[in-house]
Design a protein around this ligand. Structure first.
Ligand SMILES: Cc1cc2nc3c(=O)[nH]c(=O)nc-3n(C[C@H](O)[C@H](O)[C@H](O)COP(=O)(O)O)c2cc1C
Length: 184
């Protein structure tokens, strides 16, 4: 940045922060994807964002499985949604988050990793949506060793990722009255 903008002409920290907050404020769930597969380097960055997410007591009790093989993905999708149906919006990439069974922070750690991945995907111009059916089906959630989920882990979050098809959704209008300030 210094090379482009010149040294001292700009508060670099603020510029970076603005970019990050812009992404946070404009991210939406995307539910329509083009068939084009995402780039390997983008997937790696998304997964890096996942493994570097904050987590309870830094136990890193998680595992991430990126499914990109169309046949495997369709097979899993039909297991979840039923024959001919899609619960994952036909996204070309699906990332399963699994957590060691019995870990006290499973929900919190899952949410941190999922949020980091959604933000990273958005920053890369990709769309994503958290799809929550596998973990709502306890039987299915722990029977996924053939999909890269390690023994003793259960799926706690699933992220569909791809290039958005059509317009990116407009920023959400949040519910009012959800913030309290206590100031002197
Ligand atoms: C825990 C959780 C579970 C979700 N499960 C689903 C899901 O199964 N299918 C889906 O289409 N969206 C799912 N979503 C996405 C939410 O519907 C979405 O985040 C919410 O409507 C707000 O919209 P936005 O993400 O575009 O801001 C889930 C989100 C969270 C955080």
């Amino acid at each position: 940045l210094e090379g482009i903008l010149g040294r001292g002409t700009i508060d670099r920290r603020r510029l970076t922060m603005n970019t990050i907050t812009d992404h946070i404020l404009s991210r939406r769930s995307v539910r329509s994807f083009s068939n084009e597969q995402i780039r390997d380097e983008d997937l790696d960055l998304i997964l890096k964002a996942a493994i570097l997410a904050p987590n309870g007591m830094n136990q890193e009790p998680w595992h991430f499985t990126a499914i990109q093989d169309p046949k495997t993905l369709r097979e899993l999708d039909e297991k979840v949604a039923g024959p001919g149906e899609s619960f994952f919006y036909h996204a070309p990439t699906l990332i399963l988050v699994s957590i060691e069974i019995g870990n006290a922070f499973e929900k919190e750690d899952t949410a941190c990793a999922m949020t980091n991945m959604m933000q990273a995907a958005h920053a890369l111009g990709l769309g994503s949506v958290w799809c929550n059916r596998i973990n709502h089906n306890p039987k299915l959630g722990v029977q996924l060793s053939s999909y890269g989920v390690p023994e003793g882990y259960k799926v706690t979050g699933t992220l569909a990722v791809g290039y958005p098809k059509g317009d990116y959704p407009s920023p959400r209008v949040p519910k009012q009255g959800t913030i309290t300030y206590i100031r002197s």
